[in-house]
Ligand binder design. Structure first.
Ligand SMILES: Cc1cc2nc3c(=O)[nH]c(=O)nc-3n(C[C@H](O)[C@H](O)[C@H](O)COP(=O)(O)O)c2cc1C
Ligand code: SF4
Ligand code: SF4
Length: 261
């Protein structure tokens, strides 16, 4: 069972590859979470593998992924092989340790963890890469992904192949909670005159917090996945003053229809 979350297609790209090679079912965490259930219950087949795949947000898994795990109930778990892949622009801090702790609360054991560098989609600080550079990064990730698939096929345990970056403990346990509290905020999104009311932003929004009535308006519950700003075909969405001159990124191998969750 492959559980994935993705804002701009990178993590879905990885999840699709893992699901195909491991012959496992693929499930969108945001699609599930939009059902607003108190408990998300799944029954494993014997020997079924579990893989969590998501982007890193400020050196931790996205809050929506951790909230999903809080509500998770897995039946027929007999120490099934469980691993996780975090896609990132650079590094992930202690995100895997945090994930492992969350899973333990559900009596699930994280057997192995990986980080995978993919094109950065966070243009609010820094910028995205050119299309050519992004494709190069994805091609490089394909090679790492082959290795990860082999490890998963062999159910290898205690493998931790992650780029933690500097001060991982501080980034994950101090900076991340501050980011969640202060930086995740839909109030800074606004639309300019280029908007044609196509509703793409509404469709790709992972938490369904955008409503388009001629132009979009943003409600509560944003996860900062940046799907809206990156998928807008008219470059009509900005976030504060930080995004005027910045590029936009969406994974070139994922069709927008696949993001219509
Ligand atoms: C809100 C936010 C925070 C991010 N924080 C980090 C980070 O701490 N470290 C990092 O390497 N990349 C970071 N990134 C980049 C993404 O993790 C990376 O581009 C990821 O592959 C995007 O996956 P997706 O296309 O599935 O959404 C961040 C992106 C966003 C939107
Ligand atoms: S995706 Fe862009 S153009 Fe389309 S409705 Fe949203 S803001 Fe307007
Ligand atoms: S409003 Fe934009 S950034 Fe926030 S969850 Fe929806 S698509 Fe993602």
């Amino acid at each position: 069972m492959i559980f994935y979350f993705s804002g701009t297609g990178n993590s879905l790209y990885i999840a699709k590859d893992i699901a195909t090679k491991q012959k496992e079912e693929i499930l969108s965490i945001s699609k599930e979470m939009n059902l607003n259930k108190d408990v998300y219950e799944y029954t494993l087949k014997d020997n079924e593998k579990i893989v969590f795949i998501f982007p890193i947000y400020a050196w931790a898994p996205p809050k929506i992924v951790l909230d999903f795990i809080n509500k998770l109930k897995i039946n027929n778990y007999k120490e099934n092989y469980l691993c996780s892949i975090a896609t990132c622009g650079e590094n992930i801090g202690n995100a895997m340790d945090l994930l492992s702790k969350k899973l333990k609360e559900k009596e699930l054991n994280l057997n192995s963890g990986f980080s995978l560098v993919m094109p950065n989609n966070y243009m609010i600080a820094g910028d995205v890469f050119s299309k050519e550079e992004s494709i190069k990064i994805i091609k490089a990730s394909d090679i790492v992904l082959e290795d990860i698939n082999k490890i998963i096929s062999n159910k290898e345990k205690n493998i931790l192949k992650v780029a933690k970056g500097p001060m991982p403990q501080f980034m994950t346990s101090v900076i991340n909670p501050c980011f969640n509290k202060f930086a995740i905020n839909s109030k800074k999104f606004y639309v300019n005159d280029n908007c044609i009311g196509c509703k793409i932003c509404e469709k790709v929004c992972n938490t369904k917090c955008i409503t388009v009535d001629k132009v979009p308006s943003w409600g509560e519950n944003c996860t900062q996945c940046l799907a809206c700003i990156n998928y807008c075909p008219k470059r009509a969405i900005e976030f504060g003053k930080n995004t005027y001159k910045k590029g936009r990124y969406t994974n070139p191998y994922i069709d927008i229809e696949e993001m219509n969750i």
